[in-house]
Design a protein around this ligand. Structure first.
Ligand code: AMP
Ligand code: GLY
Length: 431
């Protein structure tokens, strides 16, 4: 089987790494990839958003399975394009990917499907100030969200009305997110603990993966600016015992609703959840968002725990045969610590040599996933803000964390930054 993985981050390295362990898998290509994907795959110099270029490559090279990492090509309609050309591709079609591509659409689907979610209203840029004012009057605090894709930057947490108005101004008047800000979802603020639950979907059936949590802020204890994600661990204890309820209240009704709307959901459906513990120990959850793909860096913590063949489960999803696929996860836990460039998520330098990658990999309980790296003159150098993800695995989260940080201690590059508290939350020790 020839496989093409699309994307260039740590998620895509983890996908290539796991897919390469499949029995049926022969050659893997990664477009455009990074210095790490080239260990398991051959990198192809085509951008993840050049749909025509990717199609041409897949047809010419008779690719049997294409796997899409990032959301942008999904929302652009890569799955529709590849399927129209007779190619097998893992991911939702354009209409189904709108669960991530439009937060207003996701909310409508949640309402129709009866999925628990925060109270909300939708604003349109054509609304008069008076009409917007009426809506705002119904919120004392709110999450204000640009409707479309905004690379994770389109959400404002507003503690009072002044902040709500300022967020609305940024989106509608200053057009901070361009066309992604023609509509706004304004919703009540929820409190609790966040966790991610992802499922493989074949249009009819969903099968849950291990739950996970990621860390968005740059500094320990959740201080500083938001990033693409500074680490993750799996499984997340906060979801323990909730699988059946999450399946019943989220995945089953959403799949049924998407089918009813004529766009059955195939691929990975990622539900971002807010989980609140009540006084009697009961946990309630609400869906904050859907993504139409694997998470980054959650994937780097989840895939080392997958026992089953990844290409096999993806094929089962494409063929509508997930119901009879025996999806297996390993016992134990995994923790991924991201190493970032000095200055990230602001400005940073690239081209800095990275040392110790082989030494870190020597331990069987450590996997090193590249994100912003490239090869230059026989060396591996930095090429992005998030540079490397080091995943440790173990029978307990405590051991997984230790293994991850042992791996981290082998690696160095000038200005290297990482959080020291990844996974601590799973030990019941706060952030
Ligand atoms: P989203 O892209 O919708 O998941 O929002 C990004 C982040 O904003 C989430 O991971 C939460 O940390 C936060 N957030 C979004 N919606 C809410 C909400 N209703 N209440 C509290 N925090 C939220
Ligand atoms: N780590 C969050 C995401 O991939 O969207």
């Amino acid at each position: 089987m020839k496989v093409l993985v699309i994307g260039s981050g740590g998620r895509e390295h983890a996908l290539c790494w796991k897919i390469s362990q499949g029995r049926e898998v022969g050659k893997i290509y990664c477009a455009p990839g990074n210095a790490g994907t080239s260990e398991a795959a051959e990198n192809v110099d085509v951008s993840a958003e050049d749909l025509k270029g990717l199609l041409k490559f897949a047809l010419e090279n008779k690719i049997d399975l294409t796997v899409v990492g990032p959301e942008v090509p999904l929302v652009m309609g890569i799955v529709d394009l590849f399927e129209k050309n007779g190619l097998r591709i893992f991911g939702p079609c354009k209409a189904a990917a709108m669960l991530e591509g439009s937060k207003a659409f996701a909310k409508e689907v949640m309402v129709s499907a009866g999925v628990p979610t925060a109270r909300f209203e939708i604003l349109d840029e054509s609304y008069s100030d008076k009409k917007i004012g009426e809506v705002v009057s119904r919120f004392d605090s709110a999450a204000v969200k640009a409707d479309g894709l905004a690379a994770g930057k389109g959400v404002f947490i507003c503690r009072d009305k002044a902040e709500i108005w300022s967020a609305i101004d940024k989106i509608f008047s200053e057009k901070a997110f361009g066309g992604a800000g023609k509509k706004i979802v304004i919703e009540e603020l929820l409190d609790g603990e966040e966790a991610s639950m992802l499922a493989f979907c074949d249009g009819k059936t969903a099968k849950l993966m291990v739950s996970s949590q990621d860390y968005k802020r740059i500094f320990d204890e959740d201080w500083g600016d938001n990033t693409g994600g500074m680490g993750a661990y799996a499984p997340a204890p906060v979801t323990e015992g909730l699988d059946a309820e999450i399946m019943k209240k989220v995945f089953v009704p959403v799949l049924a609703e998407m089918t009813r709307r004529g766009c059955p959901y195939k691929g990975v459906l990622y539900a971002g959840l807010m989980i609140k513990k009540g006084e009697n120990g009961r946990r309630d959850f609400k869906v904050l968002e859907f993504n139409a793909r694997f998470g980054d860096p959650e994937t780097q913590a989840m895939l080392p725990l997958l026992e089953s063949d990844l290409a096999g489960v993806m094929e089962a999803c494409i063929r509508g045969l997930l119901g009879s696929f025996d999806l297996k996860w390993k016992k134990g836990a995994a923790c991924c610590v991201v190493l970032s460039s000095k200055g990230y998520p602001g400005k940073y330098k690239t081209g800095i040599e990275i040392f110790g990658l082989d030494a870190a990999k020597n331990d069987g309980n450590v996997a090193v996933f590249h994100a912003g790296t490239k090869e230059a003159g026989g060396k591996v150098v930095t090429n992005g803000g998030r540079v490397i993800g080091v995943t440790g695995t173990g029978l307990s989260i405590r051991v997984a964390i230790d293994n991850a940080y042992k791996g981290v201690s082998e690696i160095s590059f000038e200005g290297m930054h990482f959080r020291k508290d990844i996974g601590r939350r799973a030990l019941g020790k706060g952030a």
